[in-house]
Design a protein around this ligand. Structure first.
Ligand SMILES: [Zn+2]
Ligand SMILES: [Zn+2]
Length: 130
């Protein structure tokens, strides 16, 4: 009985952790089954061109950055994040400055349309305690 309960608890904790890591680092991604957008959206940081690409193209290990088909800039199209509150798309600072994020710098993920802090919003939504 105890073992069963412990196992279930471990699964819940592992799930919460995985979720935190997942939406913390993979901006723009949604969990399987929840309002899944069949496409990823990218915005060129040079000219502002928007590129939509099928989600299946981006399996594990595939970089989510594209060369711009419009202005030709290399690796300039960054994946956009959907705001969980107003559902507008934007390129998060956490996507723009991933190298700094990986070094441990604290970078907020704020929706430029409505000002929602995406990580805090999702923490509340999924009841994650920090
Ligand atoms: Zn461009
Ligand atoms: Zn928003």
């Amino acid at each position: 009985m105890d073992a069963v309960f412990g196992g279930a608890l471990a699964v819940v904790i592992a799930g919460a952790l995985a979720l935190t890591v997942y939406y913390g680092f993979m901006g723009g991604d949604t969990k399987a089954g929840e309002e899944a957008d069949p496409e990823f959206h990218f915005e060129c940081q040079k000219c502002g061109h928007i590129v939509d690409r099928p989600r299946e193209e981006f399996g594990p290990g595939v970089a989510r950055v594209l060369d711009c088909p419009e202005c030709g800039a290399k690796r300039s199209c960054l994946m956009m994040t959907e705001c969980p509150n107003c559902h507008e798309l934007y390129v998060s600072d956490r996507t723009k400055y991933q190298d700094r994020l990986i070094k441990g710098e604290k970078i907020e993920d704020i929706c430029p349309h409505c000002g929602t802090n995406r990580v805090e919003f999702l923490d509340k939504k999924y009841g994650v305690k920090r």
